[in-house]
Design a protein around this ligand. Structure first.
Ligand SMILES: [Zn+2]
Length: 80
C-alpha cells in the first residue's frame, strides 16, 4: 500500500492585488470579491466572472499576492 500525498488542486485561497482588493483563487478560476481599484464588492454571480462590474477592472495574474492568514504580529518591530 502506497501513501500518495496528493496536493489538493481544488483548494482555494485568498489573494490580493498588490495589497488591495480581495479575490478567491482556485486551481483555474479567479473570483473577484472586492475590486482593488474602486473597492466595490461584487455580487456572487459577477464575482465568478473575475471582472469588476463597477469599473470593469480585469485582474492581472502577475498582480496577485497570496494572503497570509497567519499574522505573526508578536515579534514585529515597531518602526517609528
Ligand atoms: Zn472596480
Amino acid at each position: 500500500m502506497s501513501n500518495d500525498t496528493d496536493t489538493n488542486s481544488t483548494e482555494t485561497h485568498h489573494v490580493t492585488f498588490l495589497g488591495r482588493g480581495l479575490a478567491l483563487r482556485s486551481s483555474d478560476r479567479l473570483t473577484l470579491l472586492i475590486c482593488p481599484l474602486c473597492s466595490q464588492r461584487n455580487g456572487a454571480r459577477i464575482a465568478a466572472l473575475g471582472t469588476c462590474v463597477w469599473c470593469g477592472y480585469e485582474p492581472s495574474p502577475r498582480d496577485e499576492e497570496p494572503v497570509t492568514m497567519a499574522h505573526t504580529c508578536g515579534e514585529a518591530t515597531t518602526i517609528i
